[in-house]
Design a protein around this ligand. Structure first.
Ligand code: SF4
Length: 285
């Protein structure tokens, strides 16, 4: 049985006290424990950003990539060994900015990957510039007169990119977020959880209190997670009431179910004892 202590690393997170990333870290660990996943069978890939340090503080396998590249790494791992539980994680700037092309294209492939986005609506690591999810008018070091562009709506983007599990959580509600991460890992196919992750240092608008006052759970309103049109409508809600929970979930063959080779063969278990890669390696020299 996997226990919380099995996932504890020797050093502790150095995020700012009160940062929403602490809640996401605990929820992710709790989900792994609740699903009794062996730590050696879990891989967490990240990009660059405050939240991308999450895999330094969970005792599973972890890969830190370049900015916006958590998903290509996750894809590579999953393609190489589909038996692993693969979680990608990173911030809104990482995933919805420089990583946007990977985001849309990974979703339409429906690879069995869980993507947890720490969405604090700014770039925290680089001292608070506005990000793709910053609200119109938001001010920051890069936009002293306010953001001119409309924000990216990651939920709507996912719904229109064939994502088969689309959810939103709040780092201040760890029990609910744990439930979402568990459901996402169990889902066969690509799952997105966009998480409201207050940056207590640089975002003085979208705070814990801001979200605590506004978020409500879709399941409490008996939202039909099979209704794509309703999910799209709910994803547009912003203001006094903001929904969290599972917007949409559907079953459809994953990439591994459809690929002629992958559905019968795990590349990581192929016998390569007689394969000579010397020529290939030399070609890279
Ligand atoms: Fe968290 Fe913001 Fe501090 Fe980064 S700067 S650790 S996002 S509170």
């Amino acid at each position: 049985m996997t226990e919380m202590k099995d996932l504890q690393t020797s050093d502790r997170p150095n995020w700012c006290p009160g940062c929403g990333d602490h809640g996401i870290l605990i929820a992710m660990k709790q989900a792994i424990v609740n699903l009794d996943l062996a730590p050696e069978n879990v891989v967490i890939s990240t990009g660059i950003g405050c939240g991308s340090k999450i895999n330094q503080w969970i005792e599973t396998y972890g890969i830190a990539g370049l900015h916006g590249r958590s998903l290509p790494i996750a894809m590579g791992v999953k393609l190489a060994n589909p038996e692993l539980t693969v979680i990608a994680s990173g911030g809104d700037g990482d995933g919805y900015g420089i990583g946007m092309g990977h985001f849309a294209n990974t979703m339409r492939r429906n690879l069995d990957i869980t993507y947890v986005v720490q969405d604090n609506q700014i770039y925290g690591l680089t001292l608070g510039q506005t990000s793709p999810t910053s609200e119109k008018g938001a001010k920051g070091p890069s936009t002293p007169h306010g953001v001119i562009e409309e924000p990216v709506n990651p939920i709507r983007l996912a719904l229109s990119s064939h994502c088969t599990f689309v959810a939103r959580g709040f780092a201040g509600d760890m029990a609910h977020l744990t439930m979402l991460i568990e459901a996402a890992i169990k889902h066969r196919g690509f799952s997105l959880i966009d998480v409201f992750q207050p940056c207590v240092t640089f975002n003085k608008v979208n705070t814990h209190e801001f979200f605590r006052k506004r978020v409500y759970k879709l399941e409490d309103e008996r939202h039909d997670t099979g209704d794509l049109v309703k999910a799209f409508e709910k994803a547009g809600e912003w203001g006094d009431r903001i929904p969290i929970g599972i917007f949409y979930q559907t079953e459809k063959p994953s990439y591994h179910d459809e690929d002629v080779a992958l559905k019968v063969h795990n590349p990581a278990k192929a016998d390569i004892s007689n394969v000579d890669v010397g020529g290939l390696m030399e070609s890279f020299m």
